[in-house]
Design a protein around this ligand. Sequence first.
Ligand code: NDP
Ligand code: 2IT
Length: 459
Amino acid sequence: MKLQQEVEETHTRYAQDYVNHLLETVVHRNPYETEFHQAVKEVFYSLIPVLAKNPKYIEYAILDRLVEPDRLITFRVPWTDDNGKVRVNRGFRVQFSNAIGPYKGGLRFHPSVNASIIKFLGFEQIFKNSLTGQPIGGGKGGSDFDPKGKSELEIMRFCQSFMTELSKHIGQDTDVPAGDIGVGAREIGYMFGQYKKLIGAYEAGVLTGKGIGYGGSLGRKEATGYGAVYFVEQMLNEKDLSFNGSTVVVSGSGNVSIYAMEKAMQLGARVVACSDSSGYIYHKDGINLDTIKRLKEVENRRCRDYVLEHPDAVYTEGCSGIWTIPCDIALPCATQNEINHLSAELLVRNGVKAIGEGANMPSTLEAIDIFLQHNVLFAPAKAANAGGVSVSALEMAQNSARLSWTMDEVDAKLQIIMKNIYRESMKASEEYGVPGNLVIGANIAGFVKVADAMLAQGV
Ligand code: NDP
Ligand code: 2IT
């Protein structure tokens, strides 16, 4: 018994040393890419128990290989603005891993986009996509193009130029992009049109998040937000809690945020706050979602305009202040690192019971530690926001079969997928000695499938 314990401790120390050394290499080889370092660190530390139990993963350098993308493509995106001035942006696509399916992941258009952001998102996508149980690998892309203040025609010309280069690297069996921040059905439509023109064929499965009339899936628009709420509801139910009667704060007011609010409200929650990058609204009696949808989805306006129509609501400049509002459940659905240790401490002090990450990596590593230390139920992004890419995979399946499912069919499948992700993550957390720690559980459950596929396919 004692001998076995000693052997286990030696394996754990060996795995720890391996991970620490590899992390140093990652930082050294990818200087200044702080978001990428953060994402890798979170995954690597969670994998120590798996590596200790399965030395094969170390022997065959699975992590060394996973942390180096198959390729990172960067390209010039020239376009002309409405005044005839030539502008140049930078485009990216990272193809991280196709061990279990074609590269799959969104495109982000935001001025903050750089190699570090694209690589953190692409790296996380490997594990998230594996968790969905669908045959999809990990990739991500985007540009530092800022859609704010651009005309419809400028956006169309940008998307066409972006796709002119991206088209050389994607395809329904190689790499399938979709939306993310700044990229919705409109942008996907312009990119799809350009791709079709360039290759001279109707290859519906090359992009997901398409419009419903030309190959899109019902329920894709709602999938990330709905999926996140389904996942959190599952987590709450295990503790005899639920959205019903809870006070909820949701950051952001884009695609993920709007449909997370909608599903939370349908389940009986009072959603009291949401935000954009300028500031946040607090509406004590509950946010009016019709107003938010009109302002954001139709009129392209700011959250501050909400109070013009709802004078009993309060608007405050600055987006991080949203975490000062007391709530039972917080759903960060805007962007990375929006909850730091200070916001996490405030949320805990104000009695938060659960966090559901709709955005990618919205909590810093310090913030996650604070939530876990205080036994706040924590649904990590890779698991909680996997509903979007899951329905993207369902869109690919419908495109291959040349048919379309009803909203009810897609929603039923999404609910099953989110339940499975919860169960798999929970099971892995129990199997590896950290019951209920879904950060570790989700990382392990996502990793094992990819690692085994890599072993099976050789170096
Ligand atoms: P949208 O572009 O539709 O909305 C983004 C929202 O977040 C907007 O309200 C935006 O405000 C706000 N926001 C963006 N950047 C910042 C910033 N730097 N600081 C403060 N607020 C910011 O994007 P999505 O809703 O699609 O994406 C939101 C998050 O969800 C991202 O982390 C994305 O990676 C993740 N995600 C998205 C999926 C999808 O299917 N779309 C799937 C899984 C995860 P403003 O309008 O002022 O910029
Ligand atoms: O982060 C994500 O999972 C997404 N932006 C969705 C990716 C997809 O391919 O649907």
